[in-house]
Design a protein. Structure first.
Length: 224
C-alpha cells in the first residue's frame, strides 16, 4: 500500500496532486507546528508573467499546531475578494477560466474558521475536478505521541495505516534517511517532475488553479 503524508497547503502546485494520485491513502499532516510564511495559507499565481503571492491571513499562529490556527475574520474577507479580482483580471480570457473560477469560489466560500480545513477543502475540490480518488485522513485523528517528530512521525503513520511504500515530493530527498524506513519494514520513493516544456514549467510551478484555467483537463491529467 502506498502512503502519502503532507501538510495541507492552500491550492498547492501540480506535483502535490501527482503525489496524491500515486497513493492509496493520503494523510494531511495537520498536528505539527504551523510555519509562518509557509504554504499552508498562501500560494502564488502569475500576474503579467511575474509570480505574485496570495495569502489568507490567520490569527496569531506562533507555537500553534496547524489544525488549531484560525483564519483572521477581520482581514480574510478582503484578501479573498482581492484574490478573486486578481484571478479574474489575469485569467478571464483563458478557455477554462470558468471551471477554475468555480473551484476557487467554492473553496473561498467554504464555511470554516480554521486554515487547515480551508486548505484541505481546496485540495479535495481540485481532486474532484482532476478525477483523483484516494482515501484521505488527518494525522490529528491518529492519536500520535507528541514526542514523535520528523521521519519517526512519518514512519509511525505509515505503520498505523499498514503502509508498505512512503511517497514524497522531490524536495524530500534531502530530509529523509532510506535506512530508517528500511529498518522499519518500509520503502521510500519520490515523485518525479514530468514537466519538460519550459513554458509549461512556469505555469505548473504556480498554484494548481492557474494550469486548470489555462489547460484542458486531459492535458493536466497526462502530467500526473
Amino acid at each position: 500500500m502506498n502512503i502519502g503524508i503532507m501538510q495541507p497547503y492552500l491550492f498547492p502546485y501540480y506535483l502535490y496532486f501527482k503525489l496524491i494520485k500515486k497513493c492509496d491513502k493520503f494523510v494531511f499532516l495537520d498536528d505539527v507546528d504551523f510555519i509562518k510564511r509557509g504554504w499552508i495559507n498562501r500560494n502564488q499565481i502569475s500576474d503579467h508573467l511575474n509570480a505574485k503571492t496570495f495569502t489568507i491571513p490567520c490569527v496569531k499562529s506562533r507555537f500553534q499546531k496547524i489544525n488549531t490556527v484560525e483564519i483572521c475574520p477581520e482581514s480574510s474577507p478582503y484578501q479573498k475578494t482581492k484574490l478573486l479580482k486578481r484571478f479574474n483580471q489575469n485569467f478571464k480570457s483563458c478557455k477554462n477560466f470558468d471551471k477554475a473560477n468555480n473551484i476557487l469560489n467554492k473553496t473561498l466560500e467554504f464555511n470554516t474558521n480554521f486554515i487547515s480545513e480551508l486548505a484541505i477543502h481546496s485540495i479535495k475540490e481540485v481532486c474532484k475536478y482532476l478525477d483523483i480518488e484516494t482515501d484521505f485522513s488527518c494525522s490529528s485523528n491518529l492519536n500520535l505521541s507528541p514526542d514523535l517528530s520528523g521521519e519517526n512521525r512519518i514512519i509511525k503513520i505509515c505503520q498505523i495505516l499498514g503502509g508498505e511504500v512512503y511517497y514524497n515530493l522531490p524536495g524530500g530527498k534531502s530530509y529523509y534517511n532510506d535506512r530508517s524506513f528500511i529498518d522499519n519494514g518500509l520503502r521510500i520513493k519520490f515523485i518525479e517532475d514530468s514537466i519538460l516544456n519550459p513554458d509549461d514549467e512556469k505555469v505548473f510551478q504556480m498554484s494548481i488553479i492557474e494550469p486548470i484555467a489555462i489547460y484542458d483537463l486531459s492535458y493536466i491529467q497526462k502530467k500526473l
